[in-house]
Design a protein around this ligand. Structure first.
Ligand SMILES: *[C@@H]1O[C@H](CO)[C@@H](O)[C@H](O)[C@H]1NC(C)=O
Ligand SMILES: *[C@@H]1O[C@H](CO)[C@@H](O)[C@H](O)[C@H]1NC(C)=O
Ligand SMILES: *[C@@H]1O[C@H](CO)[C@@H](O)[C@H](O)[C@H]1NC(C)=O
Ligand SMILES: *[C@@H]1O[C@H](CO)[C@@H](O)[C@H](O)[C@H]1NC(C)=O
Length: 512
């Protein structure tokens, strides 16, 4: 069965290489739509694996979507910050929409178009296509219950991390001294060992749950007047439309970061799924500007020097000095900009803790691709367990941001896990080089090093898969990888790893 799946994937892969870049980095809803439109995708003999236990009706704790945060990004819109509460009233009010949506999603588990249909240019498929895992076909993503298991753990984290502006002022200071370890050691940060609940990373249902939370690309909002007027959304950023920006939808569809907040039935465990795409899934979303903004952040986080790959490249910041020489201060400033995704992720965390106090709630973070890298950076900033799915290498960004690291942290106290597979070029850090699909699409994915643990499904060795961007898709990862393996992937600590070793990063001030 797996052999057949992998063969059909390989076959699709060859015909699809030039469309695949569309599916990069969580911008997957639109991309998947085009992909499905252009490709026959067969799941002929793929058996639907056992449903996770909650779907089988076993007792046990589960997570449910309770809030969605939308944080604008980009120079114009970063002040926009809103929250949608998923209440029984909200679900009831839009019941018709959700029912129809669930039916549409169920249809997508039918075999794809035939070769003849797909090669007929007039063939159209249902436009409601999602990157939604087949295992939950027909379920409403807004009120699905996802099982999870937790276990005891210890996290060494900053005592004062939740004091207002504490983390930011530390990061500002660290940046001002260029991360000079001798100077930073003198600050004597207060670290504490907190006994916490962490996800049971060896439990398959828990991994499926976290991956499903990460796959929020599927979420479509009701397309009615309430949604058009955003009347279901609450402002949490203190910014209201003013006379210059009368339109409530101003800055909404174009750019932004979303946090999907899942909460356990006892309100004790909160999982934030970070989604690095705004337009996808929102009515009228998925504009070029959205892709552009994601690309800017990707190229800032995962390239050596502002995506200065060659003469022909549009750079995302102005830090390049000369051949293989880059201004480090400039890079670090750019990453911390208020209108970029890292700061937006910190804001979302702060707004979540305004509802679920950090002192009395177990907060975990997760995300796919760009969202996974942001989850890891956020987890490291605040000392939260983080599970990233198929994220590009984020170690370089972590260093550039000078995220605080506990002194001499024993490896067993790590709380960042990267779930990946060997056939995903983004996760493996091989989607670069002039002719790679990433480069052709204008993505400079130059990093390969991850922080924390790596839990890698070796589908190349085990099932003969070929490295292809299709294997980056969250639905493929859930349906064809995590659920197909009997065991979760073993987690190992990243071997010493260094990105961009051929570059020289220079600073221009007294701490040089
Ligand atoms: C984690 O989950 C696995 C698989 O469900 C289970 O065998 C194991 O006992 C769990 N570990 C803890 C510490 O609960
Ligand atoms: C969880 O929180 C919600 C809203 O904040 C509240 O209505 C509900 O009663 C809480 N449930 C428990 C078990 O505390
Ligand atoms: C949400 O976060 C923003 C940015 O940090 C902050 O200005 C705002 O006060 C927060 N809102 C709430 C309700 O905590
Ligand atoms: C997975 O479990 C199934 C059923 O228990 C078994 O038939 C199969 O051989 C196992 N696969 C592997 C790779 O262990």
């Amino acid at each position: 069965m797996e052999k057949q799946t992998s063969r059909s994937l390989t076959r699709q892969a060859t015909t699809s290489a030039k469309y695949v870049w569309l599916c990069l980095l969580s911008t997957c809803v639109l991309a998947t739509y085009y992909l499905l439109k252009l490709l026959p995708i067969y799941h002929t003999s793929l058996e639907i694996p056992d449903l996770p236990s909650s779907e089988r009706g076993d007792a046990g704790d589960f997570l449910q979507l309770k809030h969605i945060f939308h944080h604008g990004t980009g120079p114009r819109d970063y002040r926009i910050h809103k929250r949608l509460d998923i209440t029984p009233e909200y679900l009831g009010k839009h019941a018709g929409f959700f029912q129809k949506q669930a039916q549409n999603m169920a249809h997508e588990t039918r075999p794809g178009p035939t070769d003849a249909e797909a090669s007929d240019s007039s063939y159209t498929i249902n436009t409601n296509d999602y990157d939604w895992p087949q295992v939950f076909a027909g379920k409403n993503p807004f009120d699905i219950r996802l099982p999870f298991k937790q276990q005891d753990g210890t996290i060494t984290r900053l005592r004062d991390r939740n004091e207002p502006e504490f983390v930011e002022s530390y990061l500002d200071y660290a940046r001002s001294v260029n991360g000079n370890a001798q100077i930073l050691d003198k600050i004597n940060l207060a670290w504490i060992d907190d006994e916490v609940s962490i996800p049971n990373i060896t439990d398959k249902d828990t991994i499926v749950t976290l991956a499903t939370i990460s796959s929020n690309a599927y979420v479509r909002f009701p397309q009615d007047d309430d949604e058009k007027k955003k009347s279901d959304w609450t402002d949490v950023g203190g910014w209201q439309p003013d006379e210059n920006h009368r339109d409530v939808n101003f800055g909404w569809q174009d750019i932004g970061l979303r946090g999907h907040v899942f909460v356990s039935s006892d309100n004790k465990t909160v999982v934030i799924g970070i989604k690095g795409t705004s337009g996808a899934g929102l009515p009228g979303g998925g504009s070029d500007e959205t892709a552009g903004n994601d690309k800017t952040n990707d190229n800032l986080l995962f390239s050596c020097c502002c995506a200065r790959v060659g003469y022909m490249w549009t750079t995302v910041c102005d830090c390049y000095e000369k051949a293989y020489t880059c201004n480090q201060d400039c890079l670090e400033r750019e990453l911390r900009r208020k209108d970029r995704y890292y700061e937006a992720a910190l804001d979302i965390y702060k707004n979540v803790t305004a509802i679920y106090p950090a002192e009395s709630t177990e907060i975990w973070v997760t995300g796919h691709s760009l969202g996974g890298a942001l989850a890891s950076l956020l987890g490291r900033t605040y000392g939260l367990p983080a599970v990233a799915i198929e994220a590009p290498g984020e170690m370089l960004a972590m260093k550039r941001l000078h995220l605080p690291q506990p002194p001499g942290l024993p490896k067993h106290l790590e709380h960042i896990w990267h779930i990946g597979n060997t056939a995903d070029p983004i996760f493996m850090g091989v989607c670069n080089g002039v002719s790679s699909s990433c480069s052709l699409a204008g993505y400079a994915m130059e990093t390969a090093c991850h922080t924390g643990y790596q839990c890698v499904y070796d589908v190349v060795t085990d099932y003969g898969w070929r490295v292809n961007l299709l294997n980056h898709r969250i639905h493929t990862v859930i349906d064809d990888i995590i659920l197909v393996y009997n065991e979760t992937a073993p987690c190992v600590y990243q071997a010493p790893c260094r990105d961009c070793f051929n570059w020289r990063f220079v600073t221009h001030d007294e701490y040089e």
